[in-house]
Design a binder for this molecule. Sequence first.
Ligand SMILES: [Zn+2]
Length: 227
Amino acid sequence: MKKGKLMGIITKVITGMLLVFTLVTSCFTARVYAREDIPQYKLQESSIVYKENSKRILLDMAHHDTKLDNGCSYGEYNEREIANKITLQVKQLLEAEGIEVTLTRGEDDVISIAQRIVMANSADYDYYISIHINSSDTKNKGTGVEAWSNNAWSLSRKVLKELENEFDYKYRGIFESKFYNRRIDDKSTILEIGFLNNKYDRNNLVNHQDRYAQAIARGIIEQLKGE
Ligand SMILES: [Zn+2]
């Protein structure tokens, strides 16, 4: 074969290869751009990023630390059932915001206080939050909201503030916890969200659990956003 003919073939092969390369590259680039234009793709990406920075909450389903423990009661109502319903709603609202929520127990399970402490201390949570309902010695004597904090002052304050605004509740205070959550390594709080034997509080606790859950979740999210 003559040298000129060989060069001609080589040139054609190289040109062909370059053309194929250009086509493949442009298709690939076009695909990448097209995919980035789909909002769903962006959402998936951003939710993955959020997940990596996600906050972890251990949400306590209060009471039932013995089979007979329902907390306080008034007439047909008991603390455990109402507080647990609100807690489950709070869980859903937090999860919808990408916050990782673990419950201390299933709705009907019985778990001791000691087991809750072990559970809280066996993993790294940002907060342990336990939602309770108060009761006073005489009916209609106590009203409003309070918290028993273990290094969770800011979160407790934000949640109580939301409840005060939502129901025009009296702020009773945030106290250094004297209860079991003192033995939890993570920041923790026991929220007392109203009095079961107070007519005004009870009406809210029984009939406005959705508003309760929204207010509590708002307070928690506001705290987590600022961290
Ligand atoms: Zn309680």
